[in-house]
Write a new protein. Structure first.
Length: 117
């Protein structure tokens, strides 16, 4: 019975990931596609971690999987934000940071000052 539950959890994780891939493929623009990054990084990872706990019990490898899931969930929002910002910068002509906005710029980059209206 335990083996069957583990297999169902893993199958559900794969299904969530495949549905996310299909969702990304049919969306119109990158901003809509960003919404489909989260389910594999959070739900699928949690299902796989649960399957590992059922299989191995409270062993070190189970807690490593739990830690990895927490890192994936935490980093998902950072990666999504960074990707959205990169998409926005790429689509806007002559994008320049606001006056007080901190942006990593190489010393060789030329910064054009903003015109005050």
């Amino acid at each position: 019975m335990k083996t069957m539950v583990i297999e169902v959890l893993l199958a559900a994780a794969v299904l969530v990931t495949l549905l996310s891939v299909v969702g990304m493929a049919v969306m119109r623009d990158p901003y809509q596609r960003l919404h489909y990054i989260a389910p594999p990084a959070s739900l699928s990872a949690a299902l796989i971690t649960l399957a590992i706990f059922l299989q191995r019990g409270f062993k070190p490898e189970s807690f490593k999987a739990l830690f990895t899931t927490f890192v994936l969930i935490g980093m998902n929002s950072v990666v999504t934000h960074a990707a959205a910002r990169a998409f926005r910068i790429a689509e806007v002509d002559n994008w320049h940071p606001d006056k007080n906005e901190e942006v990593p710029i190489k010393p060789s980059d030329k910064v054009i000052p903003e015109k005050n209206p």
